[in-house]
Design a protein around this ligand. Structure first.
Ligand SMILES: Cc1cc2nc3c(=O)[nH]c(=O)nc-3n(C[C@H](O)[C@H](O)[C@H](O)COP(=O)(O)OP(=O)(O)OC[C@H]3O[C@@H](n4cnc5c(N)ncnc54)[C@H](O)[C@@H]3O)c2cc1C
Length: 172
């Protein structure tokens, strides 16, 4: 977190009371990043099931039973990372969790015209409201629900992943 003065040093053309400074933020090809994650998961023996929408979840004593149109998956632990649909998945198993409803909103991005490009040095995002309204991780018996709107999901996946893994380790 930086104040007004430091913000002016980094981005002279920007004005604000406070800012979150992320020096490593950059524009990347996210599909290549996701493909790299998939390769790591597979190389560690993991399996990725594509085009298999979870339609229903049941809880049976100690196990969750997930039903897609094609398969039924039985698991002792459930980590719900369904992005903007995470509240719908939560709703299938626990209405109390889905009380945290995800409300999509439209964001707007601007590109500076070429002559003005020297005005800024990096990416600038407005931050308003309470950050916790943007992101919530809810842990329940045998379950972790990652409930997020467009948020730091792509920017901080390793930190978020480590936190989710630590919650999983507490459950096993
Ligand atoms: C237009 C836009 C621009 C963005 N720009 C940025 C940015 O610049 N920087 C940044 O850090 N973040 C950005 N974000 C946010 C970022 O994309 C999300 O935070 C991130 O993708 C969240 O990751 P996730 O894995 O939690 O969810 P997602 O990436 O949304 O993945 C959820 C997955 O769950 C699957 N799924 C959903 N429902 C079901 C179901 N019933 N059964 C099975 N699978 C299901 C979906 O198909 C999807 O593959 C942007 C988002 C949008 C929409």
């Amino acid at each position: 977190m930086i104040g007004k003065k430091r913000l002016r040093e980094i981005e002279p053309a920007a004005a604000g009371l406070k800012a979150l400074y992320s020096p490593k933020t950059a524009i990347i090809d996210f599909s290549k990043v996701v493909q790299a994650y998939a390769n790591v998961i597979k190389s560690l023996g993991g399996e990725i099931l594509l085009s298999q929408e979870v339609k229903q979840i049941e809880y049976s004593n100690t196990h969750f039973i997930l039903n897609t149109k094609k398969v039924t998956i039985t698991t002792k632990f459930l980590i719900n990372c369904a992005g903007v649909h995470a509240d719908k998945i939560a709703n299938m198993i626990d209405r109390a969790v889905s009380a945290k409803q995800i409300i999509p909103f439209q964001g707007e991005y601007y590109d500076l015209v070429h002559e003005k490009i020297s005005l800024i040095n990096g990416l600038i995002y407005p931050v308003n409201g309470k950050m916790c309204d943007d992101f919530a991780i809810v842990q329940k018996k045998g379950m972790v629900h990652v409930l997020n709107a467009p948020s730091p999901g792509a920017m901080a996946p390793f930190s978020i992943g480590k936190h989710i893994a630590s919650l999983y380790n507490q459950m096993v």
